[in-house]
Structure formats: structure tokens, C-alpha cells
Design a protein around this ligand. Sequence first.
Ligand code: PYC
Length: 317
Amino acid sequence: MIKGEGRRVRIIDSHTGGEPTRVVVTGGPDLGSGSLSDRLERFRHEHDDFRSAVVNEPRGSDVMVGALLCEPTDPKCAAGVIFFNNVGYLGMCGHGTIGIVATLAHIGRIGLGMHHIETPVGTVQAQLHENGEVTVNNVASYRSVANLALNVPGHGTVHGDVAWGGNWFFLVHEHHAELTLGNVEGLTAFTWAIRQALGDSGITGDDGKEIDHVELFGPSQVPGVDSKNFVLCPGKAYDRSPCGTGTSAKLACLYADGKIREGQIWRQESIVGSVFEGSVTVRNGKVYPSIKGSAFVNAEADLVLDPRDPLCMGIRA
Ligand code: PYC
């Protein structure tokens, strides 16, 4: 290729507990003005090929989560962000917000302390600590259905909670699956069957939206850690981190069951062994989870979108 040809997209990659975040710093589509949820719809309907170009193969992979930096509507926010993945868009993303904060600090756009970040589902706060850890104060989270009995073809009846943590989750505590990396194929097949059964049974979040994340829980073998999880994301990849929005949904369920108090620390391990620390505060009867974790920047690059490349905009199913 002749140097200089093709559109350039400046990206910074990081991982949060093993789960990657690819932040688009410049070169993204012009989504105009309006709320972040309006701009997300414009992204979805007019620029979905850009999503696929950034996160899908051959530049990305199924596990990659993208984050488009946007001008916030509220000037008190350090940034606005729209998260996306291999199949679509996310309302909020906990590991991704930790990745955004590490990235903004890496390029000198923010320093230590508290920052506001605007997302399509509301503004979240994120605190960058001196040791590089980040605490995300998430949107209000809640359980909409407790202990739902779901018939999962090939697996029998599975009981779980439906809860919101910035995305919709089905949380399963009782199952026979072994939560180990060696069993990822089995865990993916089981959780995908649950996801399909939810869809086939017409079970949604209480806003009518699809429940597109499924979480399995089990005991952790690590001293001081309360639980281990496996989280299936919308595009059938599993979350390498303990999942910020998934841990938020879990904390909302624990609080509703009286299993944690306000301020009590809950340590959630992921399937790869990374850990988030979570707790809740309650304001005006609503439960607000906080999630603490670390992200590490591991690449800075320009993506080149060469119009002569037949797979320039990524491989899409
Ligand atoms: O950390 O909230 C999260 C998340 C959602 C999907 C992947 N990670």
C-alpha cells in the first residue's frame, strides 16, 4: 500500500483483568450531537461497519470490546463513551470504563481523582487511585425477577435471577458446571443454551430488552475471595474479567437477599482468576454498586482502513 492511503483510526488497547478494551481516540464517525443514547442509535444505523472494522477480525477478535470516545453533553464529564462488541452495542461496560480511565490517564487527559463519564445509560463516576486502580461508581442496579425457573433444552430446569447492572443479566447460582478455564467450551455451550431459552420463552428485562448476558457463579478457591464467575457476553465470547456490570447485577441481588450490607466488600473472581472488589451504597432506595479493578495499556496504534481491502470493514456474520 502507498503510505498515507486509507483512513486512519487512532486506537489505544488495554486489558482489565484479561478483558480487552480498544479505545477509539480519533478517526471515528461523526455522530453529531444529542444524548449518548441518540448517538448510539446513529452509530448503529449509519456506521455499524465502523464497529465491525474496529473490533471484528481481521483487526480484532470476538472478545474485543470497543469504546468510542465522544464529546459529552455535560461539561462536567471528562468524556462520553459508546461501548461496542463483535455483534452490537453495550449500554455500559465496567471493565471498559476502567480501561477508559487508564487510557485517558495514559494520554494525559485526566489525572488522579474522581471523573465523570457519560454513557448511553447514564453518567458514571470513576476514581483513579494513586496505585493505578480504578473504582467505578455504576448506575443504579436492581433485580427484576428472583429465582425464575427456566426450561433449558438439553439441560433441564435452571433457576436464576434477572438483574440489571447497566446491561441485563441472568444469574445462575445452582448448576453442575465446573468453573475452570479448561471447561470454557462446556460453559459456553451451557450459557448459550440458557440465553437461547430466555429468548425462546420471551423472558426479557423489565424494559422489554433482551437479556444478553448470562452469569454462572460458584465458590472461589482463593482465600478472601467470595465467589468465582463465568460470564457469557452477547456475541458468545466469555468475559475474561469478572464483568463490571455483571458484578453490579450480582451485588444488587446479594443486597436484595440481605447477604451483603451497604459498604461491605465483595470480591468477585473471573474465570481467568482476575478479581474485582465491589460494594454498594443505597440512596433514595436505589442500590448503586461500585467496582474496583486495574487496567493496563498494552498497545497504541493506528488502524488503517484501506478501501481496496475487501475485508476492510471486518468480517461479519
Ligand atoms: O465489564 O461490564 C463489563 C462487561 C460487559 C461486557 C464485557 N465486560
